[in-house]
Design a protein around this ligand. Sequence first.
Ligand SMILES: Cc1ncc(COP(=O)(O)O)c(C=O)c1O
Length: 401
Amino acid sequence: MAKRTDTKLATQLVTGGRTPEWTGPVVNPPVWRGSTHLYENMAALTSPSKPNADGEFFYGRRGAPTQWALAEALTELEPGAFGTMLYPSGVAAISATLLTVLAPGDVLLMTDNAYDPSRLFARGMLNEFGIETRFFAPSDVPGFEAMIDRRCRAVLLESPGSLTMEVQDVPTLARIARERGLVSIIDNTWASPLGLQPLSLGLDISVMSLTKHVAGHSDVMMGSAAAGEEWYGKLRRRAQALGQVVSPDDAALVLRGLRTLKVRLDQETSSALQVASWLQTRPEVALVLSPLLPGSPGHELWRRDFTGGCGLFSFILRKADAAARARFVDALELFGIGYSFGGFESLVIPVDPAPIRSVTPWPPGGVDAADRLGLRLSIGLEDPADLIADLQRGFAAMAAE
Ligand SMILES: Cc1ncc(COP(=O)(O)O)c(C=O)c1O
């Protein structure tokens, strides 16, 4: 099967990584398990033309066709990427990326809505290594620019923030970062490259937790970082120095999930829009935080920059205490209670960002200061009418003391 390079992302989900030498006669690359790679003779072992390069057998830590196929499929999906590194989790991808771009004495600028373990890594290990982190309000572009001084080396964005859903002005932040000599990184887990193409918008490195939408079946952990040639080379060297490798079994699971990413995301986005619109009509809800909703915070930027959505959004309860929120959650029968998103099944978790924020207020503007308790929903592939009926059960339980 000859490979075309002029196809759309939806087609590339189907064709990506299916290099004939890696797949043989089957459709998806089989699981190539192995630590030792054997050489034919001494000449092959010592040949200077036997590089430690992508797509070349060398040793298990460099991967084999299953991991190469997944990395290549992800690179094809990411316009502007030269290569993609795989890591054993999304957090591993974020920490290895930051350890690639930063050195002692540097300052990292981080959006205040960043995933909590990203913040913890910065405040913990990076701080111990003499790297300072400063947080900026996700929507404050002038504030971000004003913070840049000669020690600032990199910026980490997350858009929408995966708890509070602020959409950042990614192209403008990317332009400022480039003009001021910062390396720009985004956690693109919410959108995936189907919804946002960060390198095309001027960012340097796009990181994802593949655990979420890409794997899509809540049964495997993995992360990735995609970049142009210069940063990809540096990410690769640092990942090798840190001994980062993913198992071929896990790579096969993620590759299987990748093939159906678009249909799942399209369905989840459509269902999320229905559920979020219904929540907007409920008197128990102070504010729905979903960039998919016209009139919601971030919607205009989302329409301008994004080519798709997902099933993840949050909402803030009106006049509810912690016990009422717990009754709501415990009454749900279809939403599992769990810290993840992007699987085929719907999930709910409480949202209480105030203690982890540095510079942005919670609740957000327009919400009564007393209404602080939020919930995050990850809408899966169930019928949205059933999900709405489930949430109705939650509201009924909330009302019944
Ligand atoms: C936005 C975001 N980035 C990164 C991660 C980390 O991914 P992983 O759980 O694969 O380590 C998560 C996990 O919840 C996340 O929500």
